[in-house]
Design a protein around this ligand. Structure first.
Ligand SMILES: Cc1cc2nc3c(=O)[nH]c(=O)nc-3n(C[C@H](O)[C@H](O)[C@H](O)COP(=O)(O)OP(=O)(O)OC[C@H]3O[C@@H](n4cnc5c(N)ncnc54)[C@H](O)[C@@H]3O)c2cc1C
Length: 469
């Protein structure tokens, strides 16, 4: 059994502890506990608990064990589309009272269960430090880190899970261990991208990076320019320096308040991202890096919106214009390499100008750089050699039916299937139906044997990703 380690931080424990109350459907607290960012999937766990401390998490594990219920965990429900059915389960919602703590000397952040990236960024920015967060501040930091995490800083610094220095977790026997490179290194390895199902993570410590500013923004054109812009972006991406990271999307923007009036109800093509600026002396170099991509595109087609600027790093959470409020959606994803102009033509015929596509976003997220490099002390998922993450998101509830959205999504998948690497990035998997594969079979078997050691009865089996299964 894993060795019990003292918690590095006592903040995730509470001294004045009252065991949390489990709620059944219809009882107070149940609806709040299952509330998720993705409003579409319907989950019906038998009981729910809100864990506000490590002691709550331990009590929840004991409660479930005594009643023979499997345990699942939710922080924000951004990934609910990839969740297994939770009938009969105890769902633990993590909302710890502890706050994110930054040690500016060690350049680390301790992130309690329940914290979002907005919480981490707010704590790190005053110290001139950044975390390898994703595009949205509403995403849970722990759920993202456990699945790998692809950041706009990733091409320079690698997959976000590689920045983890320790993970404190409550296991199936309700013991608490802190896994790190020097304490249960095997569990530490498996926890980082291994697919979940090891226990309830109470706290993660990550390394932070010094950052002066970021050059960030979004440039948007009418989608009639997509056939010209996408191949040029793909070509540029082949040799782009690691300091810059971008996303290219074809967006169908709804006519809703909150979206700039000139974009409402329009299909557009958007390039957004960031160039990191570690110190003031690198501002000019960063502008040149961004200009190499954007200047020729701006010259050939007038953008509708163009917001790039050197700003405080916390502004990066707004660049991608992710929806701030929960909504119902479906998604698809796989990792691609070798996409060429003919593929773009075929894809645009399905989802571009003149098509009847109502997909909210069809995206190529630029990978490469440090994302492709193995980390000396990395976890089960520490890199991907794919050139791009291909992502599709379709909001449900607009003019298109769910069936129509699924059909267009399937057609887009088919158009790029010959560029599918056969692998997926765990954070972007939005469904239990689509194929998902994180690593090779040897790695999968090694992860499974560690999972069996710490959870021999399968208490957390509903949390295990379907990838590699
Ligand atoms: C708008 C939006 C933008 C996004 N941008 C990016 C991006 O830029 N880069 C990227 O890589 N991904 C991105 N994602 C994907 C996101 O990182 C994943 O959906 C992530 O898994 C969400 O984690 P969560 O905790 O918020 O969600 P949840 O659905 O609550 O949890 C996700 C998974 O983590 C597990 N989990 C959560 N907390 C714990 C815990 N304390 N202990 C054990 N297991 C736990 C859950 O059981 C579940 O399996 C984005 C998603 C959305 C919706």
């Amino acid at each position: 059994m894993p060795r019990a380690c003292p918690l590095r931080s006592v903040d995730v424990m509470t001294t004045q502890h009252t065991a949390p109350l489990a709620s059944s459907p219809g009882e107070p607290g149940y609806t709040d506990a299952i509330a998720a960012f993705n409003l579409l999937p319907s989950i019906t766990p038998a009981r729910t608990v809100v864990a506000r401390s490590a002691l709550d998490a331990q009590a929840a594990i004991r409660y479930a064990t005594e009643r023979g219920r499997p345990v699942s965990v939710i922080t924000t429900g951004h990934s609910l589309g990839s969740s297994q059915p939770l009938d009969g389960a105890l769902l633990v919602r993590t909302a710890f009272e502890a706050t994110v703590r930054v040690d500016p000397l060690r350049r680390t952040a301790q992130i309690p269960a329940g914290a979002t990236w907005a919480d981490v960024v707010a704590a790190a920015t005053p110290h001139g430090l950044v975390a390898l967060h994703g595009s949205s501040g509403t995403v849970g930091a722990i759920g993202y880190l456990l699945r790998g995490g692809l950041s706009f800083y990733g091409r320079e610094f690698g997959i976000a899970a590689n920045s983890i220095t320790s993970i404190t977790i409550a296991l199936a026997d309700s013991s608490i261990v802190t896994a790190s490179a020097t304490s249960d290194a095997e569990l530490f390895w498996a926890l980082r991208g291994g697919g979940g199902g090891f226990g309830i993570v109470l706290e993660i410590e990550i390394e932070l990076r010094p950052m002066w500013k970021v050059l960030t923004g979004i440039t948007i054109w009418d989608s009639t320019h997509a056939a010209d812009i996408i191949p040029r972006w793909l070509d540029w991406a082949k040799t782009a320096p690691p300091e810059i990271s971008t996303s290219l999307r074809v967006l169908n923007l709804p006519p809703l308040p909150g979206i700039p009036p000139m974009l409402q109800g329009r299909q557009v093509i958007a390039i957004d991202g960031s160039v990191s600026i570690v110190g003031p002396n690198l501002l000019g170099q960063s502008v040149s890096i961004a200009d190499e991509l954007l200047a020729p595109l701006r010259a050939s087609a007038e953008p509708i919106l163009d917001t790039w600027d050197a700003v405080e790093p916390d502004a990066l959470l707004l660049t991608h214009m992710d929806p701030p409020e929960p909504l119902p959606y479906i998604g698809d994803h796989f990792l691609v390499s070798g996409v060429d102009e003919a593929d773009v033509t075929a894809l645009l015929a399905l989802i571009g100008p003149g098509s009847d596509s109502m997909l909210s976003a069809v995206e190529f997220r630029q990978l490469g750089g440090a994302i492709a490099e193995p980390s000396a002390a990395g976890g089960a998922f520490d890199r991907t050699g794919a050139e791009h993450a291909f992502l599709v998101v379709a909001a449900i509830g607009g003019p298109a039916t769910v069936e129509a959205q699924h059909a267009t999504m399937a057609a887009a998948r088919a158009a790029l299937s010959h560029r599918d690497t056969g692998y997926t990035a765990p954070t972007f998997v939005e469904s239990t139906d689509q194929p998902s594969r994180t690593f090779d079979d040897y790695t999968a078997a090694r992860v499974e044997s560690i999972r069996s050691r710490v959870d021999p009865t399968g208490l957390f089996s509903l949390m295990v990703s379907r990838a590699n299964r």
